[in-house]
Design a protein around this ligand. Sequence first.
Ligand code: ATP
Ligand code: MG
Length: 370
Amino acid sequence: ATTPNKKYTIAVLPGDGIGTEVTPVAVEALRLAGSLEGIDFEFKEMLVGGAAYEATGVPFPEETLKASLESDAVYLGAVGITKKMPSSDHLPKHLRPEVGLMRIRRALGVYANLRPITVFPQLLEASSLKRSVTEEVDFMIIRELAGGLYYGKPRGFGINEKGEETGFCTEIYSSSEVDRVARIAFDMAMERRGKVCSVDKATILESSRLWRKRVTIMSEEYPEVDLSHMLVDTSGMELIRYPKQFDVLLTTNVFGDILSDVSAMITGGIGMLPSACIGGPGPQLFEPVHGSAPDIEGEDVANPLAAVLTAVMLLRYGLKEEAVAKRIENAIFDTLNEGFRTRDISTPGAKIVGCKKMGEEILKSLYVRV
Ligand code: ATP
Ligand code: MG
C-alpha cells in the first residue's frame, strides 16, 4: 500500500493589479512541486483589497477572514490601486484597498516581517550596485511589524505653548514585544550562519535602549549566536558599503520599513523580493514585497519571481516543507541559468519573456529535475 498524500489548505488572495497575474504562477509552482513530493494542496481563492471592495463593498470580507483562519497558510498577491481604480482617495478610509492588508495581518496576529535579501549570481548585472559589493549577499531582515512608532499612542495633532500646530507620534515597545521578535531572529540565526545584528538608535531613543537591553538578555539563551548592535544610521551606510557582513538583521517597525527598501536595491529589484509575516498563533501570511503596479498591469510583463519566491517562503517557514521549497528554488535557478528574464531584470543577452512564459519555464524546470 502507498501512503496517502499529505494535504494542506492554502487561502489564496490574489488581490489587485499584477497580484492577479503573478499569483497563478506561484500557485501552479506549489501544485506541481507538491505533487512531486507527495503533497496535495487545496487552494481556496478569496477576495481582498480593491477587488473585494468592487465585488462585495468591503476590502476584507468575512468569508476571506474565515477561509484565512481555517487555512494552513495564507498567500496574498498584492493590494492597491489599479487601472480601473487609479485612486482610492474618494473612499472613506476603512474601505480603501490597503485596509485589507492591515486587517489580515491583525487577524492572523503576525508580528515579524521576514525579508530575505539574496542576490542571484545570474542577476549580478541587474543590481544597482557593483558586482564586488553584491556578490554572495544573503541575509534576512526581520522587522518588528505589530508595534513601535506606527502604532504607539498618544498620537495626533495639537497646539504647542507658542500656539503653533504640532503633529506627534510615539514609539513605544514593551519587553514582551521585543522578546518575541528577537526570539524569531535568534532561532533564524541558528539555522543560518549564527549572526544577529540588531539595529536601533539607542544613543537617543529610550524605546531603542529597552530594545537593546532585551535583545542582549535574550542572547544569553543563544551562546552559539554572535550578537552585534548597530545604530540605524551606521547600518544605512554598511548595507551599501559591505552588505555581505549581515546574516540576520533584526530591527524595529520604522527602521525595518526603511532598511528593507534600501536593501531591496542591492538585489535585482522589487520584482525579485518575497516576504513573510510570521509569529501568529495560527496560519502565517506570505506576500511578495511589490504592490499592485498599475503601470504594468494587464500587459503580461510583471516579474512572477517575487511571487514564486514567496511560495518558497510559505513552504519553508509556514509549512516546514523544505524539500518542496528546495525544488522550486532549484527550478528558479535553472530558469535563470537558461537565460530567461522578465523585462525588469533583463541583462545583456537575456531571453526576455512575459509573466506567463516565465511561469511555464519554471514549471518545465520543475519537471525536468524529477
Ligand atoms: P504599494 O504602495 O502597493 O507598495 P508602490 O507604489 O510601492 O505600491 P509597487 O506596485 O510595489 O509600487 O511597484 C513600484 C513599481 O515597480 C511598479 O510601478 C512597477 O513599475 C515596478 N514593479 C513592481 N512589481 C513588479 C514586478 N513584479 N515586475 C516588474 N515590475 C514591477
Ligand atoms: Mg511600496
